[in-house]
Design a protein around this ligand. Structure first.
Ligand SMILES: Nc1nc2c(ncn2[C@@H]2O[C@H](COP(=O)(O)OP(=O)(O)OP(=O)(O)O)[C@@H](O)[C@H]2O)c(=O)[nH]1
Ligand SMILES: [Mg+2]
Length: 462
């Protein structure tokens, strides 16, 4: 077990000037350090903000600050914690931190406060990871999911599964102990059914990772099409700023442009590309090569079509490339403010196996019509289930996904060994492993190396 008998200190607010800057201390020396810095601090004022005068013990008055003392175990880390909110001058903050270190604290490493919270049992590992995700969240949806996990949503989902698995194991262990013969076929099938129920719940979680991964790291969306169909105009609408140059001259965009945006709370990396056509212009040719590369690298390709004119050879040629590309695609009929010459039905007819109503959107980058629908449905239309509109528990973390997949494998293995007539000990071993893997998600069973890796991804002071 990790032991934390030293006191750590860090500046918990971001670098640079600010209205307020916070120094945080955690450990048994926290109050001693506070009284050395602020001799008049009242240590009986627990969890109460108090105005204190901070002195450099060897010289002079430093700043007026608000100090709060959280007595253990009722603190973020479960230890004595002191937070000093002083004026947000980088100079004062670094001087104050220097004094804390001189008075016996050690500089905290990234995530060390949260690691202490985990080790003292204040939060489990999924909640600790949620703290990091909440700080890193860049969209409203990401932050909502992180706060749900912080409240223990994933742990609560897993808890009954773990309890049930433990019950199965205990039952089997006692059967092994007291019954001489192997389990009979009907008992094995009852067990298999029971385990299949657990696997179903775990599989639902594992399946949600396909979407969760995207919520966490974002989707790469490549906007492609022949020249002048309105790719750059469409890109600008999604970005909500006039980023790409738009003109009525075909071949305006020469090089791929990448910008970050958010679609219904999901982060997206939008790529505007050069219009694809036959050309002898060397610069344009290089740009078009990049458009093809963007199509291959993307998570989702959006082929824009100018709905106000008939489909051209170039449109159809590019469509064939979309069919052959392993990346999923959607077709956007643009310029819907004009009379439409291309309808979704026309496109579906071209290849009903590959084009369905689900992957066609009709919009106007001029009047913005159709964009609400597109924002709402574009990303989720590529997943079996619309996770974004539900309050379902999602997994976003590769670590959780891998442990849940391992658990499912061990459960399958266990049942198979029983069916194949192996000794109960062998089959039970897989069920124990399954339980261990589940425990690793919340941190009940874990090893220090993994903790080090997880907390290293945090910021200092958290
Ligand atoms: N009426 C109408 N015109 C549009 C719409 N979207 C784009 N346009 C016009 O179509 C022309 C081409 O738009 P762009 O956004 O530059 O097209 P592009 O596909 O990026 O073109 P390239 O960069 O040349 O490949 C411009 O004159 C736009 O104003 C739309 O929804 N409706
Ligand atoms: Mg363009």
């Amino acid at each position: 077990m990790l032991l934390f008998d030293d006191t750590i200190a860090a500046i918990s607010t971001p670098p640079g000037r600010g209205g307020i800057g916070v120094i945080r201390l955690s450990g048994s020396q926290s109050t001693k350090i506070l009284t050395k810095l602020a001799p008049k601090a009242d240590l009986t004022a627990i969890q109460k903000a108090q105005l204190v005068e901070i002195y450099d013990p060897s010289s002079s008055f430093l700043d007026q600050a608000i100090a709060v003392y959280f007595q253990n175990p009722k603190s973020y880390t479960g230890q004595d914690v002191v937070e000093i909110s002083c004026h947000g001058s980088p100079f004062i903050l670094s001087r104050l931190l220097g004094l804390c270190l001189k008075l016996g604290a050690r500089a905290a490493t990234p995530g060390e406060f949260t690691m202490r919270a985990f080790v003292s049992g204040r939060i489990d590992l999924t909640q600790a990871e949620a703290v990091r995700d909440l700080i890193d969240a860049q969209t409203d949806y990401q932050s909502r999911l992180a706060s749900r996990q912080l409240k223990g949503e994933l742990s609560n989902y897993l808890q009954p599964i773990k309890a049930e698995l433990l019950e199965i194991i205990v039952h089997l262990e006692s059967a092994v102990e007291f019954v001489e013969e192997n389990l009979n076929t009907s008992s094995i099938e009852t067990l298999a059914k029971h385990i299949a129920g657990l696997v179903k719940k775990l599989k639902r979680l594992a399946d949600s990772y396909q979407f969760g991964r995207i919520v966490r790291s974002g989707v790469k969306l490549a906007i492609v099409g022949r020249p002048n169909v309105g790719k750059s105009s469409f890109f600008n609408v999604l970005l909500q700023k006039d980023r790409a140059i738009v003109t009525d001259i075909p071949g305006t965009t020469r090089d791929s442009l990448v910008e970050q945006a958010s679609l219904n709370g999901i982060p997206v990396h939008l790529i505007d590309t050069a219009g694809i056509r036959q050309t002898s212009d060397i610069i344009e040719k290089i740009g078009i090569e990049r458009s093809y590369t963007a199509m291959i690298d993307a998570d989702l390709v959006l082929q824009l079509i100018d709905g106000s004119t008939d489909l051209t050879y170039e449109d159809k040629n590019l469509l064939t490339k979309c069919f052959d590309n392993p990346v999923p695609f959607a077709l956007i009929i643009n310029k819907a403010d004009l009379e439409l010459k291309v309808t979704p039905e026309d496109l579906i007819k071209l290849n009903p196996n590959k084009i369905t109503e689900k992957n066609i959107f009709t919009v106007s980058a001029k009047t913005y019509q159709g964009f609400d629908e597109l924002q709402k449905n574009l990303v989720s239309s590529f997943f079996q289930k619309d996770f974004s509109s539900q309050e379902d528990t999602l997994i976003l973390d590769a670590r959780h996904f891998s442990l849940i997949s391992n658990t499912i494998e061990e459960l399958h293995e266990g049942v198979e060994r029983f069916r194949e007539g192996y000794s109960e000990e062998v089959a039970l071993c897989h069920l124990h492993l399954a339980l261990k893997k589940l425990g690793e998600i919340t941190g009940e069973t874990t090893i220090e190396d993994i903790l080090g890796q997880i907390f290293a991804t945090f910021c200092v002071g958290k």
